[in-house]
Ligand binder design. Sequence first.
Ligand code: SAH
Length: 226
Amino acid sequence: MLTLAAIGCRRAAPKDDTRAAREKMVDAIAARWPIQPRVLRALREVPRHRFVPDLPLADAYADKPLPIGEGQVTSQPSMIAIMTDALELTGKERVLEIGTGSGYQTAILAKLSREVFTVEILRSLSDAARARLDALGVRNVRFRVGDGFKGDPEHAPFDRVLVTAAPRDVPPPLIDQLADGGVLVAPIGDPKPHPPQRLVRIRKNGGTIAEETLGPVHFTPLLPVE
Ligand code: SAH
């Protein structure tokens, strides 16, 4: 059954309330983490509540992961800020995102880069994310339903790659599809606490691959495809 909330008819929160909630969320992130001003600006602009329409406003802007349907979650906003910051976007890049989910992270990337190619394994999530970004007037995103382990070879190479669910190791096709001078950010490792997952950043320069660990993280797994 289609609920009113599911078709976007839930009583809308007044605009000022959503702005105030967003400002508070971003101020709290900025107080804790050294995030670039450009990234903070994008976080202030993207209406997170539109990506989790069934939740009360206070939850939508809490710094916690939230359910987005199909048993999946959108990462907590501070983690999205940290990962986006780690990509060092300047506005000129072609970006590959693995795990479209709600499309919230996609919308942030779209504000900070030239073009985003986003891959999601679950069609229902991809379609819902596309509808949300269309409604927000975001035009520089291409959606693909498919296996993120394979990337998006048709549109490679990419200046940046962001993985938003954790594979055990960085899938080799994603490194292959990274342009020279490019940066890839991904959580890797098993979801069990021991050993913990790590957020890694990989730089490709003149054929050399350099990997650094940015910190311990906790992500849902990138689902294997049969
Ligand atoms: N960035 C998203 C968070 C997504 S959670 C947001 O802001 O909402 C991770 C997403 O990766 C989920 O939507 C999940 O369905 C998707 N996913 C899991 N395994 C995948 C795979 N093998 N290929 C592509 N997407 C995958």
